[in-house]
Design a protein around this ligand. Structure first.
Ligand SMILES: [Zn+2]
Length: 431
């Protein structure tokens, strides 16, 4: 494939960059910024790190590329990716997703999980991702093996993609002997503990399971990332359980709430009060607009008029860090998805009414996503940060998001190519 870049060993890029991601560039205070918040810059690097950022003043020779830092996928399920064709969910309901997912789960082997996950990592790399947080079904006969497969891939791919694994099991499983052993193993591997807190669980049993998970994770100093309130019923019932548990316990570990969809159905004042509580406990939120819009609020013969989706703007206003993720990848839960952060931005724009030319519209895909995953680099572009870029064949946001553009990926200043892939991979022929 012909590169969209016309350089080979060049150590600089001239392109449009989002002004909001450029930090401490005293040299660029005077740079002009487009209506979409983009500024034309020359970014120079050495030994994989940025050493200089300069404005491009010549308006007769403006750049034709748009550059972003390599991005982050904060919520996915790469262990079940690409299973839609064998286990479809043609009705598109939550119940049928679960049913197909359970049928598919029975057929899992380490080999098929490895193939799916590696294919996902490969796509992610080519599309410009540098980190992925993936939930892994970690219960049942193949659960332990799937988790081990992902831990193996994490170390094989670590120079290319930072893979974070969350063990996803029924909440009450964490309070069994096997569950506690699994938690110890996950914590030792640097993973996180997960689970599903559905809003129907108003009973003391689920509150007790949640409290025990929090205590266990706290003892192990291991973060948790919960699927919580992914429903169009019982607004924020799971979140209320979580806040109640945190009110009674001394928990110091990082907590992430994925989904929080039904929270948007609360009356405004209650929503604001809960958003403050989330902020005070420093809970991070990952909104998942694609799967929520596909699965929730569905009725047999009517188009849904409700939009169960984390109330992103209200949460941001309360000081909560909110990231946006893609969630499922061509599996029974969602037929589309391909770990493409540009496509995610494009599809999310009308669903969330967030736009990348606003700071809080861009941050859920960039700095906030990096912060939720606690990555060393927050994705801002400054002297000293990695020369890790997605170079899009577009010169503004609307071009970039209207027709998903071709791109090149630079890692530490080098163009990505197949020689960088891990030795063990069987995917080099796909490149
Ligand atoms: Zn999920």
């Amino acid at each position: 494939m012909k590169s969209i870049l016309d350089f080979a060993d060049q150590n600089y890029l001239e392109a449009w960059f989002p002004r909001g991601l450029i930090v401490n560039g005293t040299d660029i205070l005077s740079v002009s910024t487009s209506a979409e918040g983009l500024c034309p810059l020359r970014v120079i690097w050495e030994k994989g790190k940025i050493i200089r950022i300069k404005p491009i003043d010549n308006t007769n020779n403006l750049p034709t590329k748009l550059v972003l830092p390599r991005l982050v996928e904060p919520h996915s399920h790469i262990d079940k990716a690409f299973t839609w064709s064998a286990f479809p969910n043609l009705k598109g309901t939550y119940a049928e997703s679960l049913e197909s997912n359970l049928a598919e789960h029975k057929t899992r082997t380490p080999q098929v999980v490895r193939y799916r996950a590696e294919k996902a990592l490969f796509l992610a790399l080519k599309n410009g991702l540098r980190a992925i947080r993936s939930h892994v079904d970690a219960f049942g006969p193949s659960g332990g093996e799937s988790l081990q497969t992902l831990f193996d891939l994490r170390s094989e791919w670590k120079t290319l993609i930072d893979l974070q694994c969350i063990a996803l099991v029924p909440l009450e499983y964490w309070d069994t002997t096997e569950g506690r052993l699994l938690a110890g193993r996950v914590a030792a591997e640097g993973g996180l503990l997960g689970g599903v807190l559905l809003s129907e669980f108003k009973d003391e049993k689920s509150y007790s399971s949640l409290s025990k998970l929090l205590i266990l994770a706290n003892q192990l100093d291991c973060g948790i990332d919960l699927h919580i309130d992914e429903t169009d019923k019982f607004p924020a019932a799971g979140l209320k359980q979580l806040i109640r548990a945190l009110d009674h316990l001394q928990i110091k570990i990082p907590i992430t709430c994925s989904h929080l969809s039904s929270m948007s159905l609360l009356p405004q004042s209650e929503l604001a009060r809960l958003a403050e509580a989330i902020s005070s406990y420093e809970i991070n939120v990952i909104a998942l607009p694609l799967t929520n819009s596909w699965l929730l609020g569905r009725q047999l013969n009517e188009t849904s008029i409700i939009r169960p989706l984390a109330p992103i703007k209200q949460l941001q206003k309360a000081g909560v860090t909110v990231a946006i993720g893609g969630d499922n990848i061509q599996d029974p839960w969602f037929p589309l998805g391909g770990l493409d952060p540009i496509s995610l931005m494009a599809f999310s724009m009308p669903l969330t009414q967030l736009a990348p030319w606003h700071r809080l519209g861009l941050s859920p895909f960039t700095t906030s996503a990096a912060n939720v995953l606690k990555l060393d680099w927050d994705g801002t572009i400054q002297v000293g940060s990695p020369a890790d870029f997605i170079v899009l064949d577009a010169s503004n946001w609307v071009e970039a998001l209207s027709i998903i553009p071709s791109r090149e990926v630079l890692i530490e200043g080098n163009l990505l190519d197949k020689t960088m892939l891990p030795n063990r991979t069987t995917l080099k022929d796909l490149y």
